[in-house]
Ligand binder design. Structure first.
Ligand SMILES: N[C@@H](CCC(=O)N[C@@H](CS)C(=O)NCC(=O)O)C(=O)O
Length: 323
């Protein structure tokens, strides 16, 4: 685990000293948008037109943010037009690598050994963390975006006229509601589990874990009278929640100490999770052994022995009863 400073790799763990033991996630740096006509999007510069076989996605199968992009690539039928590389599950002194291993798909563009080489290929003096997902442009040889919330919005509509499936997960009429849900779910759940797991003081952990479970309690209530977060239609808000929920019992309960309750203890949230998991193609995006290996083996400040637990036994394919 480390970061780039002026294009040079430094092996350092997250600094929580300067924030009183709290984990604070840094903002992403590459914020351009692929658009239908190549005009600039809400941020960054223009020049990234939606075209088949122009873009390449770098992911880790463990990362909940990268998982969003993987899900969208599948649901929108973009697998044939946006190629994808997968880093090794194990992230250590060199950060993400392409060392051969389970699930790894090598980098066909740079033939990179390390993910940080992809960043310095885009910007030789880059300073910042080397995160996934990354959307790479093969034409202009640079990173379009390393912000998953924006990559999924691009996937949702930019490629519709070049052959993507006609599915809108951010429909106009529900945008305000989706944005509001994201603003609640991101800090309390998606990033909440990380705030709990990476906390280095009791107080920081206590606050984070309370936020996680208060939010899950709220969602349990919400899902008691509607099938999905905004009603009877699956939206972006559901997929953003899904990637955290599907890792929760296997990783966040043990490794991140989010153990007041498990997802299987919430009847509505558990049924909802299975419902989403069973949607065509989604189950195959969930690489549970890879996910467990990443978290338990990579974070040696939390699990220095790197021993990966055997359980829990979870069957996401049992009947969800939500229909
Ligand atoms: N805001 C980014 C966050 C991505 C992120 O933090 N990814 C993690 C993996 S789950 C990562 O690559 N971390 C490496 C690091 O921080 O050094 C996004 O949503 O795309």
């Amino acid at each position: 685990m480390g970061l780039l400073i002026d294009g040079q790799w430094h092996d350092t763990w997250y600094d929580t000293k300067s924030s009183g033991g709290k984990f604070e996630r840094k903002a992403s740096s590459f914020r351009n948008w692929v658009t239908k006509d190549g005009s600039a999007g809400p941020s960054g510069k223009g020049g990234f037109k939606a075209e088949a076989n122009r873009y390449h996605l770098y992911v880790s199968l463990a990362c909940p943010w990268a998982h969003r992009a993987i899900i969208y690539r599948k649901l929108k039928g973009l697998e044939d037009m946006i190629s994808m590389s997968v880093v090794n599950a194990y992230m250590a002194e060199n950060g993400w690598t392409f060392e051969p291993g389970d699930g790894v798909v090598a980098d066909p563009i740079h033939n990179a050994e390390f993910m940080h080489q992809v960043y310095t290929a885009a910007d030789p003096s880059y300073t910042g963390r080397v995160t996934v997902p990354v959307l790479w442009d093969k034409h202009t040889n640079t990173i379009v975006s390393n912000e998953s919330s924006e990559i999924i919005r691009m996937f949702n509509q930019a490629f519709d006229e070049v052959g993507a499936k006609p599915l809108d997960l951010y429909p106009q009429a529900l945008r305000a509601q989706i944005d509001e849900l994201n603003e609640f779910i991101y800090p309390n759940i998606n990033n909440g589990v990380y705030r709990a797991g990476f906390a280095t003081t009791q107080d920081a952990y206590d606050d984070a874990v309370q936020d996680v479970f208060n939010a899950l309690d709220t969602l349990e209530q919400r899902l008691s009278n509607q099938r999905y977060l905004t009603g009877n239609q699956i939206t972006e808000a559901d997929w953003r929640l899904f990637t955290t929920l599907v890792r929760f019992d296997a990783v966040y309960v043990g490794h991140f100490k989010c153990n007041l309750r498990r997802i299987v203890d919430y009847p509505n949230v558990w049924g909802y999770l299975k419902d989403l998991y069973q949607i065509n193609g989604i189950g195959e995006t969930v690489a549970m052994q890879y996910i467990k290996t990443h978290y338990y083996a990579s974070h040696d400040t939390i699990n220095p022995t790197r021993v990966i637990p055997a359980g829990p036994v979870i069957d996401f394919n049992e009947p969800h009863g939500r229909g």
